[in-house]
Write a protein that binds this ligand. Structure first.
Ligand SMILES: *Cc1c(COP(=O)(O)O)cnc(C)c1O
Length: 381
């Protein structure tokens, strides 16, 4: 058996005709940059996130960069607090804009930043917090928003892995902070066929600024009020995403079903009692809300993680480590002055976690095979 981490062929096959028709529409319109398809997607995503405004951009990374520019960060070594356990872009954009990332350790259950550790790193230079909704569930936003309000900080949600995820108060990711940032990289739960992203907000003035900055800071062509960049979303990607968004809720349900299936398979495997494997915790499941976890990833902790990963690969099962090197230990951030041991929970997660296939089209037989292979690893080792 061969089981990939993501099966985009199976994912797109049932909707291929619809996608090709959308692409044809764009080709016939000859409107390739921004335009009607992008406006439609912006309205749809804003409505999906329960926000007033959506601004389509070129990628999730650019969404974060643009958000930082729009809230006015980037001079004089201003500080932005974020998680050291995320995709590289979360911290990269802070440095690129001229500010300084300040990390706080994660909560070992949710893998998102631990709100209890935020206040002690706030200084007069702190301007914003970027919580990351890792793997598909929201960071604990209530305490984060309280702290931000007390210290007058902007909150930029990195929701690249959590489109549709809800917090216990019912609000969706992207709709809690000052701005929310999404990625439609092909491997995300809503993926384009290239790079694409979105910023959402409820603040009309901020939405205007985001739109202006997206096109080189020009409200009117060739008259540049601000220094922005080219952060535009192209019509082809928007047209594809407009087709795919209709199916997102079905896909999310299938991902959640796969997560429950893993739970029952692991429950009878004997691997949980021995703590050889620990399952992900849906932190807000008790809140009785839909989409408390959208399972962009299904991430276990495993003893002898690297050997298990090799064993899975040898038996045709793909898996992934998100992320093997925490951000505070990345070579290019050496000058920030962090060291091994600074964030023990982050470092432990980087050593123990392994993402298993959870894509919507994964079937029961494949899941049983995966858990069987994992069991064979521990019984023979
Ligand atoms: C994917 C991702 C990004 C970057 O998105 P791109 O579209 O690849 O630029 C940023 N943050 C997190 C947490 C991500 O998972």
């Amino acid at each position: 058996m061969h089981i990939p981490l993501l099966d985009l062929k199976a994912h797109h096959a049932p909707i291929q005709d619809e996608i090709l028709a959308a692409i044809t529409r764009v080709v016939q319109s000859q409107a390739f940059i921004l335009g009607e398809e992008v406006v439609t997607l912006e309205e749809q995503i804003a409505s999906y996130c329960q926000t007033k405004f959506g601004i389509g951009v070129s990628s999730g990374t650019d969404a974060l960069l643009l958000a930082l520019m729009a809230v006015g960060i980037g001079s004089n070594r201003e500080e932005v607090i974020t998680s050291p356990y995320s995709f590289f872009a979360t911290a990269e954009v802070i440095v690129r804009i001229g500010a300084k990332p300040v990390f706080v350790d994660i909560d070992p259950i949710s893998y998102a930043m631990d709100p209890a550790k935020i206040e002690r790193v706030i200084t007069p230079k702190t301007k914003a917090i970027i919580p990351v909704h890792l793997y598909g569930q929201c960071a604990d936003m209530k305490p984060i928003l309280d702290i931000a309000q007390r210290h007058n900080l902007a909150v930029i949600e990195d929701a690249a892995q959590a489109l549709g995820a809800a917090y216990p108060d019912g609000r969706r990711s992207g709709n809690m902070g000052t701005v929310g940032c999404f990625s439609f990289f092909p491997s995300k739960n809503l993926g384009a066929m290239g790079d694409a992203g979105m910023v959402v907000t409820n603040d009309a003035a901020l939405a205007d600024r985001l739109r202006t900055l997206r096109v080189h800071g020009a409200e009117h062509k060739y008259y540049h009020r601000l220094l922005g960049g080219n952060f535009r979303l192209d019509a082809m990607q928007a047209a594809i995403l407009n087709v795919k968004l209709k199916y997102l809720d079905d896909w999310t349900r299938q991902r959640a079903d796969n997560a429950s299936q893993y739970e029952s398979l692991f429950n009878t495997s004997g691997l949980l009692e021995t703590k050889q494997v620990q399952l992900p915790t849906a932190v807000y499941a008790h809140a009785g809300i839909d989409n408390h976890h959208i399972y962009n990833q299904f991430v276990i902790r495993a003893q002898q993680r690297d050997q298990l990963r090799t064993h899975l690969r040898e038996h045709g099962v793909a898996s992934e480590i998100y992320y093997p090197v925490p951000l505070h230990l990345q070579e290019c951030f050496g000058n920030l002055g962090y060291h091994e041991g600074d964030f023990p929970e982050t470092e432990r997660a980087a050593h123990e976690t392994l993402a298993l296939p959870i894509y919507p089209e994964l079937n029961d037989e494949q899941q049983a095979y995966i858990v069987g292979i994992i069991r064979s690893f521990y019984t023979n080792s």
